[in-house]
Design a protein around this ligand. Structure first.
Ligand code: HEC
Ligand code: HEC
Ligand code: HEC
Ligand code: HEC
Ligand code: HEC
Length: 234
C-alpha cells in the first residue's frame, strides 16, 4: 500500500503553515495599504453640484451657502430655495437643475415638493462633540479643516477627523489663525492677505508673515483651545 503520508509530511505541514502565515500577512498588509491609500470618499449626489464651479470659478464664499456655520454647531446644507435665487434665471431649463425646481419651484410643471436628498460625507462617529461656530468665530477657516474645496468637483471627506488632528491644532493653533472676515473665504492665503492689507502688531510694526500674524491674533484674542477630555467627550 502506498504510503499516503510521505516521510517529509512534517516538513510539508510546517511549510504549509508558514506559507499560510505568509499569505495572511500579505493580505493583511495589502488591506492596511489599501485602507490607508483610498484617496477620499466622494459619494454620488442626486444633483451634480460642483464646489469647483460655485466656490472656485464663481468665487462665492463658503458662508454664502453654509451661513449656519457662523452661528451654530453645524454648517448645514443650503436650502434648495437659495439655489433657485440664481437658478430661476441661470440655466433654469437645464436637466441638471430640474431636481431643484421639482423640489422648490411651485411654478415648475414637474413640481413635486420632493426634497433633494444630499449624501453627507463628514461624520464623526458620534463619540466626540464638534462645533463649527466655536472655530469660525475664533479665526479658523473652512479650508483649514476641509482643504481646498474650491478645487473639488465633488466634495470629499475632511482630511482627517481623528482625535490626534483636533489635538495637534488645539495645542498649537497659531499657524492656522486668520482674520475673522476671512474664515469663510474659499481662497484665503496669508501671503496674499498681508500683501494687500496692512496689519500692525501692538507695537505698530507691520506684520509680514503667517507666523507673526498667528502669534499676534492668538495674543490679541487670547486664543486657548482646551485639551481636557470633557471638551470633546461629554
Ligand atoms: C450666485 C448664483 C448661484 C447660486 C446661488 C447657485 N448657483 Fe449653480 N450655477 C451658477 C452659475 C453661474 C452656473 C454656471 C452657468 C453656466 O455654466 O453657464 C451654475 C451651474 C450650476 C449647475 C450646472 C448646470 C448645468 O446645466 O451645467 C448645477 C447643477 C448647479 N449650478 C447647482 C446649484 C445648486 C444645487 C445650488 C444651491 C446649493 C446652486 N447651484 C446655487 C450660479 C449659482
Ligand atoms: C452655492 C452654494 C455652496 C457654496 C458656495 C459652498 N457650498 Fe459646500 N455644499 C453645498 C451643497 C449643495 C452641498 C451638498 C452637496 C455636496 O456634498 O456636494 C455642500 C456640501 C459641503 C460639504 C460636505 C458636507 C457633507 O457632510 O457631505 C462640505 C464640507 C462643504 N460643502 C464645504 C464647503 C466649503 C469649505 C465651501 C467654500 C470653499 C463651500 N462648501 C461652498 C453648497 C455650497
Ligand atoms: C476646525 C475644523 C473645521 C472648520 C474650521 C470647519 N469645519 Fe466643517 N466640519 C468639520 C468636522 C470635524 C465635521 C464633521 C462634524 C460631525 O460629523 O459632527 C464637519 C462637517 C461639516 C459639514 C457637514 C455637517 C454639518 O455640519 O452640517 C459641512 C457642510 C461643513 N462642515 C462645512 C464647513 C464650512 C462651510 C466651513 C466654514 C464656514 C467649515 N465647515 C469649517 C470640521 C471643520
Ligand atoms: C486648525 C485648528 C483646529 C482644529 C483642526 C480643531 N480645532 Fe477645535 N478649536 C480651535 C480653536 C482656535 C478654538 C477656539 C479656542 C478659544 O476660543 O480660545 C477651538 C475650540 C474648540 C471647541 C470649543 C471649546 C474650546 O476649546 O474653546 C471645541 C469643542 C473644539 N474646538 C472641538 C474640536 C474637535 C472635536 C476637533 C476635531 C474634529 C477640532 N476642535 C479641531 C482650533 C482647532
Ligand atoms: C479637541 C477634541 C478632543 C479632545 C480634547 C479629546 N478628544 Fe478623544 N476624540 C476626539 C475625536 C474627534 C475622536 C474621534 C471620534 C471619531 O472617530 O469619530 C476621539 C476619539 C477618542 C476615543 C476613541 C478611540 C480613538 O482614538 O478614536 C477615545 C478613547 C478618546 N477619544 C479619549 C479621549 C481622552 C481620554 C481625552 C482626554 C485626555 C480625549 N479623548 C480628549 C476628540 C477629542
Amino acid at each position: 500500500m502506498a504510503n499516503i503520508f510521505p516521510p517529509n509530511t512534517n516538513k510539508r505541514f510546517y511549510g504549509g503553515i508558514a506559507l499560510a502565515a505568509l499569505v495572511i500577512a500579505l493580505a493583511a498588509g495589502g488591506l492596511y495599504y489599501v485602507n490607508f491609500r483610498i484617496p477620499e470618499y466622494e459619494p454620488v449626489q442626486p444633483v451634480r453640484f460642483s464646489h469647483k464651479l460655485h466656490a472656485g470659478d464663481l468665487n462665492m464664499s463658503c458662508t454664502a451657502c453654509h451661513s449656519a456655520a457662523q452661528r451654530s454647531p453645524r454648517a448645514g446644507i443650503p436650502d434648495t430655495k437659495s439655489c433657485l435665487g440664481c437658478h430661476q434665471h441661470i440655466l433654469p431649463n437645464s436637466p441638471l437643475i430640474a431636481p431643484l425646481r421639482q423640489a422648490a419651484d411651485l411654478q415648475y410643471p414637474g413640481y413635486t415638493g420632493e426634497p433633494v436628498r444630499w449624501v453627507m460625507v463628514d461624520r464623526l462617529s458620534g463619540h466626540a462633540y464638534f462645533n463649527h461656530m466655536a472655530h469660525l468665530n475664533r479665526g479658523i477657516g473652512c479650508t483649514s479643516c476641509h482643504g481646498d474645496v474650491a478645487g473639488m468637483e465633488r466634495i470629499s471627506a475632511p482630511r482627517d477627523a481623528r482625535m490626534r488632528w483636533c489635538l495637534d491644532c488645539h495645542r498649537d493653533p497659531a499657524p492656522h489663525l486668520r482674520p475673522l472676515e476671512e474664515t469663510g473665504s474659499a481662497h484665503y492665503s496669508a501671503t496674499d492677505y498681508l500683501r494687500t492689507h496692512s496689519v500692525h502688531d501692538g507695537e505698530g510694526r507691520r506684520i509680514g508673515t503667517q507666523h507673526q500674524l498667528g502669534e499676534y491674533l492668538k495674543r490679541q484674542w487670547k486664543i486657548q483651545p482646551k485639551t481636557d477630555c470633557s471638551t470633546c467627550h461629554h
